[in-house]
Design a protein around this ligand. Sequence first.
Ligand SMILES: Nc1ncnc2c1ncn2[C@@H]1O[C@H](COP(=O)(O)OP(=O)(O)OP(=O)(O)O)[C@@H](O)[C@H]1O
Ligand SMILES: [Mg+2]
Length: 285
Amino acid sequence: MRWFHPVVKVYYDMPRIEEKLIIKALEDAGFKVEPINVTKTPLPLSGIQEHIALIRAVSMFRSTYTAAVLEANGIKPINSSFTIMFSGDKVLTYSVLAANNIPIPKTMITLNGESAEKAYAEMGFPLVDKPPLGSWGRLVTLIRDWHEAKIVIEHRSMFNTPQMKVHIVQEYVKMPENRDIRCFIIGDRCLGCIYRKPSEGEWRSNVALGGKVEALENCEEECELAIKAARALKGKVISIDIFESERGLIVNEVNGVPEFKGFMRATGVNVAENIAEYIKAKVKR
Ligand SMILES: Nc1ncnc2c1ncn2[C@@H]1O[C@H](COP(=O)(O)OP(=O)(O)OP(=O)(O)O)[C@@H](O)[C@H]1O
Ligand SMILES: [Mg+2]
């Protein structure tokens, strides 16, 4: 007997390797897949037929708005608009994590340059300053003294978008070899974790900046924390970035539209296939 094969729509803007792998894995699992370019397709607030929706636009706003419109149509996208928006904006992420008693770096939010100076004075150097929005490590800055501090404030004041004038002022967490940890969660299951180590001459570990990846052998503790963070953000397909600090493991970041090519390379785990399996299990239920 053939089981019911519903339509899965994959909402994207710039297809990356991840979107291609997801589409192939879904087709291999027997789904009818419809890729939808959200930059070319109007999204009506009512009348969209029921389907399974996977949100994969690179732009956080495109992903959030697509999810919100689908929700208005009674559809529950993976991930929800809440998850994508609260993961995509670091002020919102840290606020949800802190509200759920999940350990995070010591952090102060300042809404303009003047209050950022006060936060710098209180935090002490070295410290990290990052804007609420951004990815691939862009504008995440290590500040070692007042000379650097003044330049960061000046540069950020030149941006026209209000969010970019917001400074997330954070303790600089000294980690072994500057590496951090990324765990991948699907549903309530942790697929594993990897180390990300900065490339030569870098302090940020982003794979997009040449960071090297390596699988963790035993990652129960990391997975446990990652699952807690995923629950706090209500994420179904989500990655969680963790730092090893003197206070133990702390969560730095959450990705609601996660990339996974580095994770797949390091662990050999086929994330796209796991996403397809997760959707299949949900449909059968
Ligand atoms: N407080 C901190 N202490 C030490 N290192 C940090 C700190 N914050 C960030 N970093 C380093 O900078 C990198 C980039 O910072 P972060 O993950 O916060 O932003 P992002 O990578 O630009 O965001 P996204 O992952 O959404 O693309 C981290 O992976 C880590 O290597
Ligand atoms: Mg990051």
